[in-house]
Design a protein around this ligand. Structure first.
Ligand SMILES: [Ca+2]
Ligand SMILES: [Ca+2]
Length: 487
């Protein structure tokens, strides 16, 4: 026997003890309906789905692992024992034995892994015959949530995501998997899963129109500096014609004076030449608001900005619209500072400590690209008003009029069980764009993340859209919310 250090033996003993309280093979409890999992970073939808792994003490990488599926997706829920930034700085790896055959694929313990994916490196491999093919998330159709750090994630893989996985028969036979941390050597037990591939009864009816003409439709869209690109103009026109915003809020619309942006999109958004429309631009990241209502004040807040609108018939009073365009990527501190600044502005506005004032119960809507990756603290600041730099920005307080937090609307795609609002290369599709609102004084009607990919032909035709519009034109999806305001 090799000379293992004592600690390792203890760890091994604990590890053996940690092995499943539940059997690592799915139970025979079988219902006729498919799993109704939504990749939105919330986990209530997993209720009733037993873990295949659930260790009974505090060792190991995973607290639990659950699997579910439907005709299109394999759903994985991972509960870690520590905070994880899934897409960065880890070597947590999924080994997938797609045919539950140890003789095919890369030998990995008892597995013959036909694919592996290291989340923190955002890349993987498919092992097919003697070939090893390097892949990125697209080959598995991987979508994960939340996008921020968490101890818990839900992940969808698409059975038919690529030719490579179809060739391997992904989803057509029982599969096995394990999760390993290549850095620490921790590995989960192997689980076996038999996909049921149950279809959903009927595809959802997809209508883009407001449910009530009196709702006020807000569309927020990070145009990534592409709005004036002549080659993309028609695709932008098509999407805004289909969505018919009453308020169109853009981010990263650097090019053009506000009036030029309005004139450019005037026909698409149905702003009559005769009627009065207003255009404003503010914030370091060029947020632009096109609106039938004038702003009594426009206040830059770092990259973001506040627009105080004077509503008119059929509405009355004011509407505070905060255009979010928070610092990106690894700029956690700058993102936190901007969240602090925004919430301090709202607190001061409510308390009459600013030049402008709003009457009590004025709706407050935060919308736009919040870039919420990595730390969760800026997210909690936007919801709960908890300010970090109290010396600079004051004490902070619950932001809603009834002394409660704001609500995160969390709109979903119309045609798939997903909430991501950004899709690009390298990083997984993620939720960057948010609508956060004062739920004590405003309700929301229809709301959704708009994506042309996967829309049925009939819907594309009805709204004169093209499926390639979104991926060819914008990385951020437009996000739609119909505000129900008091009249
Ligand atoms: Ca969910
Ligand atoms: Ca295999």
């Amino acid at each position: 026997m090799r000379n293992y250090p004592k600690g390792k033996l203890v760890a091994l003993a604990l590890w053996l003890f940690a092995i499943p309280a539940y059997p690592a093979e799915q139970q025979s409890l079988d219902t006729l309906s498919p799993a109704n999992i939504i990749i939105d970073g919330r986990f209530k939808d997993w209720q009733g789905i037993d873990p295949l792994i659930s260790s009974v003490n505090e060792n190991g990488l995973l607290q639990s692992l659950r699997l579910a599926d439907d005709e299109k997706y394999l759903f994985i829920r991972l509960e870690f024992r520590r905070m994880v930034n899934l897409q960065s700085g880890n070597e947590i790896t999924l080994y997938l034995d797609m045919d539950a055959d140890a003789a095919t694929g890369l030998p990995e313990g008892q597995l013959g892994a036909d694919a592996a994916f290291t989340f923190g490196q955002r890349r993987g491999w498919i092992f097919s015959g003697n070939d090893t093919v390097s892949i990125q998330y697209e080959s598995l159709g991987l979508v994960a949530a939340p996008t921020m750090e968490s101890t818990e994630f839900e992940i969808a893989l698409n059975w038919g995501a690529s030719r490579e996985v179809k060739v391997l028969g992904f989803g057509s036979a029982p599969l096995k998997m394990r999760i390993t941390d290549e850095e620490t050597g921790e590995a989960s037990p192997i689980v076996t899963y038999r996909p049921r591939r149950r279809p959903h009864s009927a595809p959802p009816d997809i209508n883009l129109e407001k449910e009530d003409a009196n709702h006020l439709r807000l569309v927020t869209h990070n145009v990534n500096r592409r709005h004036f690109d002549p080659e993309k103009r028609d695709a932008f026109r098509r999407v805004y014609e289909a969505l018919q915003p009453d308020l169109l809020l853009l981010q990263e619309a650097y090019e053009g004076m506000p009036q030029e942006v309005l004139d450019y999109f005037r026909m698409a958004i149905g702003a009559p030449l005769s009627g009065r429309w207003y255009a404003y631009k503010a914030g370091e990241e060029a947020t632009v608001l096109l609106s039938p209502f004038p702003a009594s004040a426009v206040v830059p807040l770092g990259n973001s900005a506040a627009y105080l609108l004077d509503l008119s018939e059929p509405y009355s009073g004011k509407l505070v619209l905060i255009a979010l365009s928070m610092p990106c990527c690894d700029l956690d501190d700058a993102r936190q500072a901007e969240a602090d600044m925004i919430m301090a502005f709202i607190a001061n506005l409510k308390e009459g400590k600013t030049l402008d004032s709003i009457p009590p119960d004025t709706p407050v809507i935060l919308a736009g690209d919040a870039n919420l990756v990595r730390k969760t603290a800026p997210y909690l600041t936007l919801l709960e008003g908890r300010i970090h730099d109290t010396l600079a920005y004051g004490p902070g307080a619950f932001p809603d009029w009834d002394d409660s937090p704001f609500t995160d609307l969390l709109p979903l795609h119309l045609q798939k069980p997903m909430a991501f609002t950004w899709r690009g290369k390298g990083y997984f599709p993620g939720r960057m764009d948010f609508i956060i609102y004062s739920d004590s004084v405003v309700e929301i009607g229809r709301n959704f993340v708009f994506d042309t990919v996967g829309l049925p032909e009939e819907v594309l035709n009805r709204y004169q859209l093209r499926e390639e519009d979104a991926p060819n034109t914008y990385k951020h999806q437009p996000v739609v919310a119909d505000l129900i305001l008091e009249r």
